[in-house]
Design a protein around this ligand. Sequence first.
Ligand SMILES: Cc1cc2nc3c(=O)[nH]c(=O)nc-3n(C[C@H](O)[C@H](O)[C@H](O)COP(=O)(O)OP(=O)(O)OC[C@H]3O[C@@H](n4cnc5c(N)ncnc54)[C@H](O)[C@@H]3O)c2cc1C
Length: 439
Amino acid sequence: MQVFLLHTGQVPIRARRFRHFQNRAAMKQVPQPMSDSLHIAIVGGGAAGVFAAIACAEALGARGRVTIFEAGPKPLAKVRISGGGRCNVTNARTDPRDLVAHYPRGGRELLGPFHRFGPRETIAWFESRGVPLVTQPDLCLFPASDDSATVIDCLLSAARDAGITLRTGCGVKRIDHNGARFCLALATGEIATADRVLLATGGAKGLDLAAALGHHIEPPVPSLFTFRVADPRCTHLAGIVVPEAVANVPGTRLQGAGPLLFTHEGLSGPAILRLSAWGARELAACGYRFTCALNFLPPLTTPAVAEKLNALRTTHGRKQLHTWSPLGLPQRLWEQLVSASGARPGVAWAETPATIVQSLARLATASEFPVSGKAVNREEFVTCGGVSLREVDFRTMESRLRPGLFFAGEVLDIDGLTGGFNFQAAWTTGWHAGTAMAR
Ligand SMILES: Cc1cc2nc3c(=O)[nH]c(=O)nc-3n(C[C@H](O)[C@H](O)[C@H](O)COP(=O)(O)OP(=O)(O)OC[C@H]3O[C@@H](n4cnc5c(N)ncnc54)[C@H](O)[C@@H]3O)c2cc1C
């Protein structure tokens, strides 16, 4: 009988392989490998690793077997907490060219893979396995159950059915490659061997494994964070949402558009998260100290807003500046802008000097806030950086430097905006790696 995992002393440890699955009545027997069968090791039991393992095991059949080594006590830990416990599985933008515009890093490389396995295939994959997905008005897809546990149960059940061995609490500390086979040193002190290895260790962890195998690593920095702003305007406006705003960093081309939220800590909402993602590297380089300018009335520019406000001096001359928000901005925000403009309390539009109108227009379209740091977005954050994409063949996700080594998920220098794009990258790269490893 062939065994996959051996102690350093060459003692078979088959009995331990089912650490995670062993008590599940529904578990299928793991198929016994043929003596010349392929051994596939998946390092990391997150979304990318588990999805790749399933694709690989289903394509391999009895020609080999797949083992997932997961450092943590449970697989799919991030899937569980994702989307506030609901798991934003993917996005309804199914056109690959539209989809790749939502990846600050990796979009160009993902274009081909999305043509072969994109959101359409992801939706079909989950729905054919009994997980219907519901599309929200913002094009995010969630399981109809509104519970990430449904997604986890589906993945683990597919993994069981495919005969995958899942070893939890079993981190991989080192990987050696002798040109033909890989040797994995496990945290348990065991050594495992494999013909092919997938690195799916997520954002910042596991990058040393890739580096030790000769890969260049783009330094990891956070993406999708909110801005800390110590400014009384934020505290005063906390809780206010501007439905459509543009945030940018003056002097750069960085910007993010979408809803904006004032918080007690500073600035948040999709406009800020998008800016943080596109500017992840530049903002890290300046120590998260920069000026953020906000246009509360896009696509209007300062002169266009000034023109509209000037017209009010004749059309609504008797109305007071403070008490009426004329351009659809939240009243509390409008009052704050009027106060900041230097307008005299109680002044009517007809009496408002042109300098005040000009100042109001500038504040509504280019208010500046001093950012003094980043805060974590509790809903979702990902890592910018990882294994350099130049060194990976995106038709197969195989290393261009080391045949037999594959990558999937956030370990790569790929990250998306919020909206299910990060899981979609994990499913897509996982599926490609899994099917290629089975060839
Ligand atoms: C709070 C939160 C909410 C999110 N919500 C969403 C969402 O709704 N939609 C969305 O698209 N994205 C979301 N994301 C992002 C998404 O979770 C990640 O992009 C995705 O999980 C990446 O999958 P992965 O498999 O590459 O990495 P991970 O999910 O991080 O999995 C990597 C696994 O590898 C294991 N590992 C690491 N090193 C080793 C080692 N040496 N040996 C063995 N195992 C190892 C880790 O323990 C981990 O289990 C969210 C992220 C967070 C933090």
